[in-house]
Design a protein around this ligand. Structure first.
Ligand code: 5AD
Ligand code: SF4
Length: 432
């Protein structure tokens, strides 16, 4: 008989993919259907994120609620980056938690469910040759890991301590997985890694030499692949070859995440980001010149330890120059296992809030400017969902949400749409 799984996914695209892997692995041995109702679940899993402090603090109160509401005999598991970071501390603090499986140990999920008290958190575990079972949330999009872990040591970031050293997944495995996904109806592939354009530096098999640009070329040769997206590239590794491939390969979606973090070169140095303000601006300028309709998104951290008011102005200056299409903005959050938590001149919350507000306000102006320009243009949209109100929803090639009136015939197809109106975050249009 099928069991019921309640799974909550926090954090980044890597976690969303790990959740798909968890579901696939569980179903190898026992059929599970997903439920949104906690009280119905036989198995409850939280796939956690530890990048900022708040969600971690929330974890234990949430676990307490889950424990009260769950039906008798239901199991509770904690997966993801906070599992890697806190390990058996989680079970010590919340003894009703049945198992803990870290972000680098997803392949161990089935055994963990069967054995109460399991803690699998080895960050050196190599899953690059592990053949995960198939499962994807979307009929049309297939998310594929191309690397695990991170080889950087940005001083604010806990990820290298939770996801471990970087390993590049053999290209043949990636291509096989994409072929399988395409054969079962996927048209878009979404390549995932902490620093995707660093791909190829850390193969277990030292004879393999494929780099990210070459990987993109190989993937685009697969006939059924209509659209390729990836996240996140690192600004440091945006060489000309990569940007030129991004610009000229028609299958690559013209949306790119270029995580700035901070605009000031001294602050970037303290963050150990490996690039300067000028390099960042130069890369974005090259991208915008070669791909005029590109959408550039970014991550910004305000109030990193020691960032002066004047240095913060460099972040606003980069925003003015690049005019990002989307900004994920964060107040610096001190994390365990990171050097920045011990740096002098930690910045007070009131200052951080003021800076964040300025980032948000400036970004709104840029968003409105970009979106207004799109009215009247024709975009190529991949439709993926029929809404109850009769609208069909999809993403344009440069990854903007687009709604049209239509039917399920549009689903899974890439269709030309003329934009009729724009809000700050989405477009409406008509199929042409
Ligand atoms: N504080 C605030 N934001 C952080 N990020 C990573 N670590 C921290 C931290 N300690 C942000 C970065 C990163 C994104 C995924 O999360 O901007 O790119
Ligand atoms: Fe964290 Fe930096 Fe690695 Fe990104 S590149 S995961 S910010 S250490």
């Amino acid at each position: 008989m099928s069991k019921k799984l309640f799974i909550e996914t926090l954090g980044c695209a890597m976690n969303v993919r790990d959740t798909e892997h968890i579901i696939a692995e569980l179903n190898k041995h026992q059929s599970y259907s997903q439920t949104q109702t906690l009280e119905d679940a036989d198995l409850i899993i939280i796939n956690t994120c530890s990048v900022r402090e708040k969600p971690v603090a929330k974890l234990f109160s949430e676990l307490g609620v889950f424990n009260k509401k769950k039906k008798i005999g239901a199991k509770i598991g904690v997966c993801g980056c906070t599992a890697s970071h806190l390990g058996d501390e989680i079970i010590k603090k919340a003894p009703y938690v049945d198992f803990v499986v870290g972000a680098r140990n997803v392949s161990k999920i089935t055994d963990a469910v069967l054995k109460k008290g399991t803690v699998e958190i080895d960050i050196n575990n190599d899953e690059t040759n592990y053949d995960f079972a198939d499962y994807r949330n979307s009929l049309y999009r297939s998310s594929i890991n191309i690397s695990l872990g991170c080889d950087k040591s940005c001083t604010f970031c806990i990820v290298p301590a939770t996801r471990g050293d970087e390993i590049s997944i053999p290209s043949q495995m990636i291509l096989n997985e994409i072929q399988k996904a395409v054969d079962s109806g996927a048209v878009e592939v979404f390549l995932l890694g902490q620093n995707v354009n660093n791909y190829g530096k850390h193969f277990s098999d030292k004879t393999e030499t494929t780099n990210f640009t070459q990987l993109l070329q190989l993937i685009s040769k697969i006939e059924g692949v209509k659209r390729i997206r990836f996240t996140s590239p690192h600004p440091l590794h945006m060489d000309d070859e990569f940007i030129e491939e991004f610009a000229s390969n028609p299958k690559i979606s013209k949306q790119i995440h270029v995580p700035l973090q901070a605009g000031n070169t001294r602050v970037l140095k303290d963050m150990k980001r490996g690039y300067t303000k000028e390099w960042f601006l130069n890369r974005c300028e090259k991208i915008r010149t070669l791909v005029p309709d590109v959408r550039i998104s970014t991550d910004i951290i305000v109030a990193f330890p020691g960032e002066s008011d004047e240095e913060f102005l460099d972040t606003l200056d980069v925003m003015e120059k690049v005019k990002f299409d989307a900004v994920f903005n964060f107040k610096y959050s001190p994390r365990p296992l990171t050097p920045a938590q011990n740096m002098p001149n930690q910045i007070d919350d009131a200052t951080a809030t003021k800076r964040l507000q300025r980032v948000i306000e400036l970004h709104k102006e840029h968003q409105d400017e970009h979106m207004a320009k799109l009215v009247g243009q024709t975009l190529e949209v991949l439709f993926e969902e029929l809404k109850p109100n009769g609208e069909v929803f999809g993403f344009s090639d440069n990854y903007i949400q687009v709604f049209v009136n239509g039917s399920e015939e549009l689903l899974g197809k890439i269709v030309k749409v003329k934009v009729t109106s724009a809000s700050r975050t989405s477009l409406k249009g008509e199929v042409v």
